[in-house]
Design a protein around this ligand. Structure first.
Ligand code: SF4
Ligand code: SF4
Length: 149
């Protein structure tokens, strides 16, 4: 009983071990797994990062010329680093020690991401379908030419 009492008295004079966040920043270790960075100049657009991402925080959209665009959601990411490990091109995708910014209510972050994710997959499907259509058209024209001869 007395021991606990003295311990409590001593604790009154000790520095608190808690951090007064957000006024004071929390300690971030050097190997902290933070924000995912992307360098489109190094990317070879293989989409392996998208394929291995457990929660689906990366998606590539594609325009009708075949150009792909990388999209990433800081709210969906679990900062596991799988995308970085799977990438065959060093530096194309990388993990920084920068903590992710908190999500704002007005960003409607999950719904916005889900919509973008679905639209990106649809854009790729549209590009593939158009590519197939053009190939079939080309083959039909070649056959017509061959039949004429
Ligand atoms: S760190 Fe993990 S969760 Fe985040 S984008 Fe990469 S693979 Fe996906
Ligand atoms: S795995 Fe690397 S090279 Fe492939 S699409 Fe992702 S970032 Fe680009």
């Amino acid at each position: 009983m007395m021991k606990t009492f003295f311990k409590a008295i001593l604790n009154l004079f000790k520095k608190p071990i808690t951090t007064q966040y957000p006024a004071e920043h929390t300690y971030i270790p050097d190997d902290y797994r933070g924000m995912i960075g992307f360098d489109e100049n190094l990317c070879i657009w293989c989409r392996r990062c998208e394929m291995v991402c457990p929660p689906g925080a990366i998606v590539f959209s594609q325009d009708m010329e075949g150009k792909q665009t990388y999209h990433f959601s800081r709210a969906v990411c679990i900062y596991c680093g799988e995308c970085v490990r799977a990438c065959p091109k060093e530096g194309a995708i990388y993990q920084t020690a920068e903590p992710a910014k908190y999500a704002l209510h007005e960003e409607n972050i999950n719904n916005t991401w889900n919509k973008l994710f679905d639209e990106s997959l649809e854009s790729r499907a549209a590009y593939s379908a158009e590519k197939k259509r053009l190939a079939a058209e080309k083959a039909a024209a070649a056959k017509k030419d061959a039949d004429k001869k």
